[in-house]
Design a protein around this ligand. Structure first.
Ligand SMILES: *Cc1c(COP(=O)(O)O)cnc(C)c1O
Length: 379
């Protein structure tokens, strides 16, 4: 079955005698045991919950993994991955990471003796050269946010495995509809489910999907030991939102392509970063490993003041730190999502102060372009 069919055709409630069309919310913390010394399939919702299980199985299926795990946020999912490491271990990360991941790595992970080194992972050779025997995890996003750099995930997986490290990819900017990193040799794929998976800005959640059974057991151990799993009602909302993932992504990507083409031809716009434009430096890699350029793009408008003005003036693009919703949003990354990136890192990462990031929604493309055109005129 194609992914479009699998998004709506799955077992929404195994073993339910009433055969519901939508997954019931098992809003219960505990489950009765029939015998004192024998557990049923579920005993306590931190350890397992039927609503969460349906969502986790569906996510595993959509990413072509064997097991999925859902967490209270994308950051909780990332934190869980870092707990696979111990003191003395090292993470080799691409430098263009989500601001919250940078903050976790710089200000929390250092307390447990795990070190993080940053490399330019768009150069596979430089990652190979930077690996040391302590490198246990290679960590990256592709396309990156907010610069939309595209990394060669297959090449990076080979480099990580040559050094006996795991390779973890944050797939939030693409969603499982557009890219399946496990198929490219990646060991751990994670998402902020808050973004495209949810699609409606009404859930904060995260997910990890893996193929390897031993790795799955370790992640399950951490999810249960740390108590970071997603609650049943949020699981229900995600299950509902994900049914329209294809419809949303198709519409949003089509709109993003139109907006990117408009911006690329506009005299006041300096640089358009969008992996769906043939002028993108790694367009060929994106074509090979994903099914389109997605719905996020960024561009420069010449000065931080112009960036602030444009963000505040647009009518259909609301100022918001997040992305992936059916609504179009606009942000100034250095002032918002990336404000938590330490200044020295931000500078060396070259995130321009006049950079604007758009997450393109499902509105009419003509309306979106007209809004940008009018406001670009006025700044
Ligand atoms: C938002 C985001 C996260 C963090 O997810 P939360 O659900 O906000 O905790 C992680 N990675 C990327 C790429 C994100 O965009």
């Amino acid at each position: 079955m194609k992914l479009a069919s699998r998004l709506v055709n799955f077992d929404v409630c195994p073993d339910d005698p009433f055969r519901p069309m939508s997954t019931p919310i098992y809003q219960t913390a505990t489950f009765e045991q029939l015998e004192a010394d024998a557990f049923g399939q579920y005993d306590y919702s931190r350890s397992g919950n039927p609503t969460r299980k349906v969502l986790e199985d569906q996510l595993a299926a959509l990413e072509n993994g064997t097991r999925g795990f859902c967490f209270s946020s994308g950051m909780a999912a990332i934190t869980t991955v870092t707990h696979l490491l111990k003191a003395g271990d090292e993470i080799l990360a691409d430098w263009d990471l989500y601001g919250g991941a940078s903050r976790l790595f710089a200000r929390v992970l250092n307390r447990s003796g795990v070190t993080v080194r940053y490399v330019d992972a768009s150069n596979v050779e430089s990652v190979a050269a930077a690996m040391t025997p302590a490198t246990r995890l290679v960590y990256a996003e592709s396309p990156t946010n907010p610069l939309l750099r595209v990394l060669d995930l297959k090449g990076l997986a080979e480099v990580a495995h040559a050094g006996s490290a795991l390779f973890c990819v944050d797939n939030s900017t693409m969603s499982p509809y557009l890219q399946n990193p496990l198929d490219l040799g990646v060991d751990i794929v994670l998402h902020s489910a808050t973004k495209f998976l949810c699609g409606h800005s009404d859930v904060t959640g995260g997910t990890i999907i893996v193929k390897d059974a031993a790795l799955a057991e370790e992640i399950y151990f951490l999810q249960n030991a740390e108590g970071s799993a997603l609650g049943p009602f949020d699981c229900f909302l995600l299950l509902r939102g994900m049914k329209t993932l294809k419809l949303r992504m198709d519409a949003q990507q089509k709109n993003a392509e139109a907006v990117a083409s408009f911006l690329a031809a506009h005299p006041k716009v300096r640089a358009v970063h969008y992996p769906g434009l043939p002028s993108h430096p790694n367009y060929a890699i994106q074509q090979r490993q994903a099914r389109g350029g997605g719905a996020i793009l960024s561009f420069c408008v010449g000065s931080p003041e112009a960036a602030k003005q444009l963000a505040e003036k647009t009518q259909l693009f609301r100022i918001s730190v997040s992305f992936g919703s059916v609504n179009s949003t606009i942000s100034v990354p250095v002032k918002m999502s990336h404000a938590s990136v330490p200044l020295e890192l931000r500078d060396s990462r070259g995130i321009p102060e006049d950079l604007i990031r758009l997450s393109v929604g499902i509105e009419d493309a003509g309306d979106l372009i007209a809004d940008l055109e009018a406001q670009l005129e006025s700044i």
